[in-house]
Design a protein around this ligand. Structure first.
Ligand code: NAP
Length: 509
């Protein structure tokens, strides 16, 4: 896909030759695509996308590690407006999800308004003109509205381990796989045992000489009953699309229902833990290994690991699960607290992402000149997971305060898109130049969310996870059902916002 010249999208572009668009969308991932669909449906065409990479797909383009797949069923992990009867598996591979996003992008014809290779380097609010001034890799433009769909699982986190930078072998991160380096026959270390590592390890185990998995905290595992979708099933879904809707609806209700029970009911968690332990007993032969893998916190406190290949891989003779903490990395080895030096040729960091401190938060400056990062500190805030005080006309989607850990994030994104479209309609209808969530509304919302999370397993389950920030607030996640989030984003509540009328901006100018 090619980069086209910036096309002014409204007549303000003629004013002083400044490039202007009504809506600048950051990112052509699943949020960007959902927003384009929603804007088009609302009849809004003056938008453009700034995408830092060379293609669409977001995390499903950038995450290409061996074994990548989605642990949410395919029928649910897709756009409501673009059902796909051709999923090959009940839980799709990352590659197929990326292809799906490319197909959706083609159908939405986003190419003509998408500028690839354009990373947003700076965006700041110009209060006098009531617009955003944006600088990206090669462009400078202004926009009335910014919709940030840059996501939270995009910028890899490397572990702060002494000596990591001195390592002389190949260094990988799950989120930036180096396909030029073949790990076949090598001695490989995998750091981390989260959702990414449990998919990588079973694939690497098949081809490396020795795999040492460094586990800090074991997670609860529930088997993923994945299988091929038969040709007959696919034909049926093509002929009777309602069947896929039915399956999607059922999975939505089932997942939301189970997760609410896990979050709120200890007795239900005990049943789930018993299921998980029984699965472990059936799959892991060695009692010592079982002990290492048994979590000490309650199920659901951290993201549940949905996999049927992780435990079997750990049984294999070329795999060693190391639970002694890493103290140092040397030029060709990893040293652990028990004094062992593990010689390795390559290290894979499956250590997560900058979820609540993405680099872009340091590049977006609001009304008072402070960036999102400066405004947030350790505890990011987003009213209804979308807007932040001090940042007029900035809508962030699928990011702070929206992750669920069990539901399709695409559904959360589509819910927030409804809120944003209603905001745009409201602004148009009332002649508003800007909307900014009022501080008291944002504070009240934070208190409500705090009340919602305080009795859940996330706060009481005895684990440390990125679900909660250092202050114990659910900055990254939404502490209720996806249905609840949908309800809370179904209408733009302008009464919670400070507004500026267009007439006032024009008069001041
Ligand atoms: P993650 O969930 O943040 O897990 C990071 C892992 O690295 C944890 O096991 C963590 O241990 C470990 N770790 C971090 N720093 C370490 C250190 N210094 N020493 C040793 N271990 C260290 O990251 P992820 O697995 O990449 O997953 C991130 C998110 O991506 C998931 O929560 C999920 O939302 C998404 N994801 C989804 C899917 C899917 O199928 N839908 C698949 C992959 C990823 P501790 O637990 O002790 O912190």
């Amino acid at each position: 896909m090619s980069t086209t010249a910036v096309r002014p999208t409204d007549d303000r572009a003629d004013l002083g030759g400044e490039l202007h668009t009504r809506i600048a969308i950051i990112g052509a991932g699943f949020t960007g695509l959902a927003m384009v669909h929603a804007l088009r449906k609302a009849g809004i065409e003056d938008w453009l996308i700034l995408e830092r990479s060379s293609d669409v797909g977001g995390v499903w383009r950038s995450n290409t590690y061996p074994g990548i797949a989605c642990d949410v069923p395919s029928n649910l992990y897709s756009f409501s407006f673009a059902p796909n009867p051709d999923w090959a598996r009940t839980f799709s591979s990352g590659g197929q999800i990326w292809e799906y996003s490319q197909r959706v992008a083609r159908d939405l014809n986003i190419a003509e308004r998408t500028h690839y290779g354009e990373e947003v380097l700076d965006a700041h609010w110009d209060a006098a003109a009531a617009l955003w001034r944006i600088r990206s890799t090669t462009l400078e433009l202004t926009a009335d509205i910014v919709i940030d769909g840059s996501g939270v699982l995009t910028d890899p986190t490397y572990p702060a381990i002494k000596g990591l930078n001195d390592f002389k072998g190949a260094l990988f991160h799950s989120g930036a796989w180096d396909h030029d380096h073949d790990l076949t026959g090598e001695r490989v270390a995998v750091i981390g045992t989260g959702a990414s590592a449990i998919q990588i390890v079973p694939e690497l185990q098949k081809r490396v000489a020795k795999l040492t998995v460094f586990q800090r905290t074991p997670g609860w595992v529930i088997p993923r009953n994945d299988r091929d979708v038969t040709e007959v099933e696919r034909r049926l879904l093509r002929r009777v699309p309602q069947l896929q809707k039915l399956s999607r609806g059922w999975q939505f209700v089932y997942r939301d229902g189970v997760m609410l029970k896990v979050m709120h009911h200890r007795s239900f968690r005990k049943v789930m833990q018993a299921i998980s332990k029984a699965y472990m007993r059936r799959t892991i032969d060695d009692p010592a290994l079982r002990e290492k893998l048994t979590p000490t916190f309650e199920i659901g406190c951290k993201r549940i690991l949905i996999t049927s290949v992780w435990y079997p891989a750990l049984n294999q003779p070329n795999v060693h699960l190391e639970t002694s903490a890493i103290t140092e990395i040397r030029e060709h080895s990893v040293v652990t607290a028990d004094g062992t030096e593990h010689d390795v040729d390559a290290i894979v960091c499956a250590t997560g992402f900058h979820v609540t401190d993405p680099p872009i938060a340091g590049r977006i400056a609001g009304r008072d000149g402070r960036t999102l990062a400066e405004t947030w500190g350790d505890s990011p805030r987003a009213y209804r997971g979308v807007t932040t005080t001090n940042f007029p006309n900035l809508f962030r989607i699928g990011s702070i305060g929206t992750g669920t850990g069990h539901m399709s994030q695409i559904m959360q994104i589509e819910s927030a898109a409804v809120y944003v479209i209603d905001a745009l309609r409201t602004m148009e209808a009332r002649g508003l130049a800007s909307v900014e969530v009022a501080q008291d509304a944002q504070d009240a919302y934070a208190r409500t969310v705090h009340e919602m999370v305080k009795d859940t397993v996330w706060a009481t389950g005895g684990c440390a996870s990125w679900y909660l920030d250092p202050g114990g607030e659910p900055s990254a996640v939404w502490p209720s059902s996806a249905w609840h989030y949908r309800k809370w984003t179904s209408r733009f509540d302008v009464e919670a916002y400070w507004v500026t009328e267009r007439a006032a901006v024009a008069a001041a100018a």
